[in-house]
Design a protein around this ligand. Structure first.
Ligand code: BGP
Length: 485
């Protein structure tokens, strides 16, 4: 293989505070939406992502009962809050150039609407960044990764209420000022396009019979767009050499057949993700939004100055998570043999294998996605998440995760192809570089890490760390700058 990875390629790993840290009530931290997200694992695995459910006020009030920690695995995470120095030493041993993480908003602003930040929270992240910089690991920081303060949701309605922009900007101002000498790469929102299926995160608590959920989703998205542009402007003002990127969850969607209806449906379906990068990277609402909003009964409330703000402060780079692709059919009812893909709402692609959770494994799809995004935006790209969730087994102190090496190797090979295609990709952070709590299943047993954490889905275990076979493999990939994929 001819190696096209540039010398300064940012190899690393990615996590999120709510899935990693634990210490959910330590150091003055308040409750985030993730601390109250429950999960009913009785359904078959391939329906689990549908579990991202809207929470009613009753559910939230029940969940605030602190006595039921075990119901909320994210409150425990993998105890990174107390173990971060040893974990970062392991990341350094693999040779990480960068580490993607998020700041838990509620460590700094426990309820979200305080006027002064919580100093203990600020100190925690000071120590974390200092530990990374000790090993010359560059932090890449998401400000909001499904971790917004629960109080902003229950008291104000979350992102459906424009006032949350102000609270977000107070958080952002505090973070940029405090860490301006330690962090250069910033992402205002993780997977900002997931407003569509994480309503309680983006839109707030939705009553079961919300009069117009589409209106609430897109109005919330508009408020997040404004917040993202304001954060980008402020970051550039306070940190002159900062790079601020937007970030979406990107599933490559392909027509199930050459039926023109399938092709049109696929274009429209892919736009539900690209809509977000269109606005944040180009700086204006795309022309197709008019028809999209008409068909969804959406009338955005756009205030004076919003559109000028979006146009003036676009993303410096585009980052995205990539796990899978899906086939789209305009007439699924006509397909006897085809199997629905509940994860994406599409159809299972018969040419692809699936993970145990029904995520279709498509390394060549990553090359297509990189080419599509680069052709569309002509901006530097960063793969902020990619990885294989699996039920790894620890036996005799080892984890032989050859399936994960195969998955990652195949995807890295396709990044190399995209680089050869002329796509500007400047970094890659493997998702869940250490075992953490799955976002959708709320369980650690869906493992992604190069490092095994000895804990079970009830939060029991030693929490000792064990290097998997993939740890040494990834270390050699980084050391050879991609030569030994
Ligand atoms: C993305 C989230 C991550 C991570 C990843 C894997 O959507 O940004 O937080 O969780 O999905 O998903 P899961 O943990 O559900 O397997």
């Amino acid at each position: 293989m001819t190696n096209y990875f540039p010398e300064n390629f940012l190899w690393g790993g990615a996590t999120a505070a709510n899935q990693l840290e634990g210490g959910w009530d330590k150091g003055g931290k308040g409750l985030s939406v993730s601390d109250v997200y429950t999960f009913n694992s009785d359904l078959p695995k391939d329906q689990w992502t549908d579990q991202w459910h809207m929470m009613t006020y009753d559910q939230v009030n029940q969940a605030q009962d602190h006595s039921s920690n075990q119901l909320y695995p994210k409150r425990l995470g993998v105890d990174f809050y107390h173990r971060f120095k040893a974990d970062i030493a392991l990341f350094a041993e693999m040779g990480f150039k960068t580490y993607r993480m998020s700041i838990a908003w509620t460590r700094l602003f426990p309820k979200g609407d305080e006027t002064e930040p919580n100093e203990a929270g600020l100190k925690f992240y000071d120590a974390l960044f200092d530990e990374l910089l000790k090993y010359n690991i560059i932090p890449l920081v998401s400000l909001s990764h499904y971790e917004m303060p629960l109080y902003l949701v229950t008291e104000y309605g979350g992102w459906s209420n424009r006032i949350v922009i102000d609270y977000y900007m107070q958080f952002a101002t505090t973070v940029f000022n405090r860490y301006k000498d330690k962090v250069t790469y910033w992402i205002p929102f993780n997977e900002i396009n997931c407003v569509k299926h994480h309503p309680y995160v983006s839109v707030g608590i939705i009553e079961e019979n919300h009069p117009n959920i589409e209106q609430a989703k897109y109005q919330s998205a508009h408020h997040q767009f404004v917040a993202s542009a304001l954060a980008t402007a402020l970051c550039h003002q306070l940190i002159p050499d900062a790079k601020v990127g937007c970030m979406i969850s990107y599933q490559l969607l392909v027509p199930y057949s050459c039926d023109p209806d399938d092709i049109q449906k696929t274009t429209e379906s892919q736009r539900t993700s690209l809509f977000f990068t269109d606005v944040l990277s180009r700086g204006y609402y795309p022309s197709y939004a008019k028809r999209l909003f008409e068909e969804k009964g959406v009338t955005l409330v756009i205030e004076e100055g919003d559109l000028a703000l979006l146009r003036a402060h676009t993303a410096d780079f585009i980052s995205f998570s990539y796990y899978m692709s899906s086939a789209i059919s305009a007439h699924p009812e006509r397909l006897e043999s085809a199997e629905g893909n509940l994860i994406t709402g599409g159809i299972k692609n018969p040419y692809l294998a699936s993970s145990k959770w029904g995520w279709q494994i498509d390394p060549k799809g990553l090359r297509s996605a990189l080419n599509q995004l680069y052709d569309r935006y002509q901006k530097p790209l960063f793969i902020a998440e990619n990885g294989l969730g699996a039920e790894d087994v620890l036996e005799d102190g080892k984890v032989h995760d050859s399936y994960r090496i195969a998955y990652l190797s195949a995807h890295l090979s396709q990044i190399n192809e995209a680089l050869h295609d002329g796509v500007e990709v400047f970094g890659y952070t493997a998702w869940g570089c250490i075992d953490i709590i799955s976002a959708s299943t709320n369980q650690i047993s869906k493992r992604y890490g190069f490092i095994y954490v000895d804990a079970d889905d009830l939060g029991q275990g030693s929490y000792n760390r064990v290097k998997k076979d993939s740890f040494a493999w990834y270390k050699s990939v980084i050391q050879s700058n991609g030569n030994s994929i």
